[in-house]
Design a protein around this ligand. Sequence first.
Ligand code: NAD
Length: 494
Amino acid sequence: MPTHFQNFIDGHWCDSSDGRTFENRNPANWNEILGTFPLSIKQDVDRATQAALEAFRQWRFVPAPERGNILRKAGDIMVRRKNEIAAIMTREMGKPLTETKGDVQEGIDTAFYSATEGRRLFGINTPSELPNKMNLSFRVPIGVCGLITPWNFPMAIPSWNIFPGLVAGNTFVFKPAEDTPWTANVLAEILIEAGLPKGCLNIVHGAGAVVGAAITEHPDIRAVSFTGSTSTGAIVARACGERTKHVCLEMGGKNAQIVMADADLDLAIEGVLWGAFGTTGQRCTATSRLILHEKIHDEMVERLARQASKLRLGDGLDAKTDVGPIINEKQRKNIERYVKIGKEEGANCMLGGEVASIGNLKNGWFFQPTIFTDVTPEMRIAKEEIFGPVLSVLKCRSLEEAIEINNSVQYGLSSSIYTRDINVAMQAARDIEAGITYINAATIGAEAHMPFGGVKGTGNGHREGGWAVFDFYTEWKSVYIDYSGKLQRAQIDV
Ligand code: NAD
């Protein structure tokens, strides 16, 4: 019998109201059932929201530095449990242990960073325009926040939201992705051990269209943070917009690495191997386009393909594995569909392009690292997010053309340029339309204390990470203190 896991509501572990469950399977071996989880319904979200609302009434009065202390303890617990959590995550979503350890580390960094910000939730004071009057403004929590997350960073993405959101004084109803529910429960265990009061974090497992939708529609949930695909993000935005909720959207990407003729090619190849095939290409910041200057195009492509062909596919628990499985059957079918589209569009599939199913890969959702050359900007494989180990190579003749190609897609999350020319690098940093630009580094590798998010179709103007996340998880309160002892009329008594 597989282990049965539960929702976490009002400090208690509990089943869904109607008792139904879903299975969580290992994508590297679909015969391994890791556990069953509650397939929750709207009533579960209602209960969780009620618990979060009651908890908020107390939690908002806990001084922010004290709230931060709980996060510091959470960080310590994550340090202690790092290897164990990474192994759970690898079994649940497939990426190699080195990467899942990195995912936990991102949570640890965010815990410690958020803890310190509990002492720095600065307000702004300004002189009043009237005598004997003082103006203050400070940050206040919003209330109950909904959080809806994808499966590719099961610890980092929830941490980026829950940790600063809690420090700011909010409480949460959290719906994790169906493919990574176990890591979410581990996060609850960590916060319970760290001393988080009951009701401050509630977890409701289940389907997006049911539990996620109930979160976006609940009148007592005042803010919703969503990370996932652009198509689901649009549904979430509509539901929140109709109800005038705050909403933070972190969505798809079609990130490019540009390599100029003067670049260090060894470095650029290492960068694209990591950016395109790390996490099996299933990062929102993954490199899915490579824009090469014509002078180094042929050499770079030939060397890259040689090295990519040596990447070892396998179970992420095996230390020799470079590339783990695709998350599930639906997503692997989607990748196969895009490879077919690429071939039909006339691109040259020079590496991979097939499901990988020999030997010990036969019971997992593996797909070969794939490289398309002769890709042009108008092709669908150059424009649409594939979310797998598929790299489209495009050719350019100048920096201006490279930037034009980079900016020709609807997305704008991450980007990268390899060059030894500082003028070229700075021009690219200025003109590339993306929330993040790396100079001489891969498109992946965000740090917890830097703003994270994208422009255009990737986001709606908010940022996670760093100080910027507190702009989403707080509202401004302006306070005017009049100590003149008489009625002073702003704009009138001048
Ligand atoms: P997804 O959109 O399918 O699901 C994301 C979450 O939304 C899941 O928890 C899902 O259950 C929920 N959901 C589904 N339908 C819903 C609905 N109608 N209402 C409310 N919630 C609903 O995305 P995914 O496949 O889990 O993740 C991959 C996508 O996430 C990619 O597009 C990737 O680029 C994106 N992503 C973006 C970032 C970023 O920061 N920009 C980070 C990671 C992943």
